[in-house]
Design a protein around this ligand. Sequence first.
Ligand SMILES: Nc1ncnc2c1ncn2[C@@H]1O[C@H](COP(=O)(O)OP(=O)(O)OP(=O)(O)O)[C@@H](O)[C@H]1O
Ligand SMILES: [Mg+2]
Length: 246
Amino acid sequence: MALLELDQVHKHFGGLAAVNGVNVRADDGEILAIVGPNGAGKSTLLKLIVGLETPTRGAIRFAGQEITQAPPHRVRQMGIAMVQQTPRHFASMTALENVALGALFGRAGAHRQEEQALELAGEALSFVGLADRRHDLVGHLNLHEQRFLELARAIAGGPRLLALDEVMAGLNDTELEASIAIIRAIRDQFNMTIIWVEHVMKAVMSLAERVVVLDFGTILTEGLPAEVMRHPAVVKAYLGQEMNHA
Ligand SMILES: Nc1ncnc2c1ncn2[C@@H]1O[C@H](COP(=O)(O)OP(=O)(O)OP(=O)(O)O)[C@@H](O)[C@H]1O
Ligand SMILES: [Mg+2]
């Protein structure tokens, strides 16, 4: 069953069609990757889903309800969480307090008492392997710890859909493996649906079940990772990166 459906979605910024008539569906429990060159409209697409942008045209449905015009807080309460490309932490708060915010402002019906939020936050931090950093200030965490913290904050709210924007950028090989394992575990243990924008192709190849390729705001091709990666336009766009990894 489709948990998320985008139907002919457009987003124009002045004369620029950042997203230009996109149809996407994500099934319950699926890991769907969105790839494409810089400026293709990937982040805009995620922002449209979570209500940070509003479509110029088209419709977005989640769990059978229309959310096309829904504001971010409403979308969060309905069960969609996002990790943004540029994380915004509260650097002067502890890791635990930061993650507790995700629990407090997450899905409706989630535990809203502060004590319960802190408990959920502790569980989420353990899940991403940051239990021993819970009382550290976020400003003291390194890049990969900050990304895992973002993941913890997103899952602490108990979402059904997790939108991830380039959460693997800048990680070394060990951190990348850890990150792949955490995202796979999030899906397997909580049956969350994951819509994941990523440039790191080897991560996409190992984790994604389906890939959508965006270019100039439209879908160039979509399918199984191995199929999509053989598409001539995709080979051309990613050849440099693949060679760098060889
Ligand atoms: N708020 C905005 N106002 C005007 N133009 C915007 C805005 N947000 C995005 N754009 C433009 O829309 C296009 C798509 O941007 P978007 O950030 O979605 O691309 P992207 O695929 O995420 O790129 P990247 O891989 O570099 O993150 C770009 O040309 C960008 O400059
Ligand atoms: Mg982006």
